[in-house]
Design a protein around this ligand. Sequence first.
Ligand code: HEM
Length: 523
Amino acid sequence: MALLIFPLTFTINPLVALLLVVLAVVWFLKVKDDYKLFEKLKIPGPKPMMVFGSIGEFKDKNPLDVFKEWRKVYGDIYGFFEGFSPSLVVNCPEMAKQILVKHFDKFHIRPLCNPFVYSPDESSLLNTHGNEWKRQRSIVAAAFNSVSMKHMSNRVNANGDKFCRKVNEQNKSNPDGFDVTDLIDRYTLDAFADSGFDFKADSLDNEDALLYRFMKQFNQSAAADNPVAGLARVYPGLTPFLQLFDRKHKQIHEENMKQIREHVVRKRQEYSQSSSDEQKNFLGQMINCSFFDRDEYGIYRRRQLKDEEIIGHINSLIGGGIGTLNACLSFVIHMLAMNPTAQQKAFQEIIKICGYEKSPTFDDIQKMEYLQMILHETLRLLPCAPGVTRRVTEDCNINGVEFKKDVVVRVMTCTLYSDEKLYPQPEKFIPERFSPEEVQKRHAFSYLPYGQGPRMCPGLKFADLQVKVAMVKLLQRFVIKPCSLTIDPLPTALRPMLCPKDGVFVHLEDRVRPNMRSNTCSA
Ligand code: HEM
């Protein structure tokens, strides 16, 4: 109806037509002036195009290559426009420190990573800020403490054994090599669900597991190669309309919510009736925690997390956290396949600490220094989280740079990782760059795979545990080799974290173990 009335009004009433033209001109002049923001602040950057800003420069290119090119042209700090929104890019360790730590109070908001957020995920750590974030953060960070890590490591190991068995089966039935990424996704998910919240996701056995479909869809919905998500990111005002095209994600979100809600309710009841060690997991910590919060009358009272808040956390940890972890482990396996000398050194370290059979404990993992260096060097070359983003909450000047309220700031760590001055021969895989002596020589903020400061990744110890358990179990049994389908350098995509574009193809060779007649996977 409105569509019919509008052209009618337009033809009948010239005054309305004039008013619309005036409004359009005022809007045009305002946008034109907004696009001068960085010019006025004397911050260099690509010249924006009306309506599109600089997004045209990303067309058919790897976005990270664009940022690397821009750094060469515009230097360490520059600005560009995503549609109408200004973004300030920071490629400088000292400025990263100022933003992420020293002036955190002015940079505590992280813009949404996923444009389409469904209830109750808006209350999760990924999506809150200010006091609400502070409260949730202290609970989630506490849930990843060393006691719960130690407790969770047994179940991670059990899932690691299952992963190894499945990998072995795939390898035997594909002698020319196979893509290991799907099994990695399923292992990390099963291990987190089982160890973290006592839930059998069972995705290694069940192709169609709901939690697995949820995790994949959560990330697919926010992928850079998903045009709907891309449009919503560039033009946030269109999100309610674009959300109509995000139906698959919404539907799986709702189905999954139902199963997680039932699980949380059941566990809350079970845990209230016993005080067993089971409750030392992530879910138990969230169920049992209590904190001060204002009630409906504005009075501070102690309360516990509501089921919906716990579900929001579980969803975002699985979608955001485990999605990133999958990419990381896939990259590590590719790098091990391509770098036999580093792989052999890692193997020797593993044998020294665990031998050929023993599952690594949380303490064993901490002793594996070379494995840690491999992990760091992998995340330098293939950073699954290529940068950290913030929104400025108040105008400020830091070290001579003007930050205006509402501007998005991108601390692009990945461009530092290919900086010759920080990492000589940056294209080479050299884990020894991360020996304690070498690390000492660099600025502490020149390597930030998990971010830094109060909003730093709270799941890093858990990520470390899961990646290393898989590495130990694989290397105890196999030599990881490239195969005819392996592509190096590995093609990558942003979905929304950096991940392998078309999989990671490897072939596994059974390791010859001393004093053993056969080498079957003992998992
Ligand atoms: C190798 C794997 C991982 C990498 C590289 C990674 C990296 C990151 C980065 C760069 C951030 C942003 C930090 C910031 O804004 O300052 C982040 C945030 C976060 N990560 Fe991770 N992460 C990984 C795995 C995980 C895992 C396994 C979990 C949980 C199961 C997790 C949970 C989170 C959460 C909840 C946040 C939001 C924290 C907040 O806003 O307070 N991450 N991660």
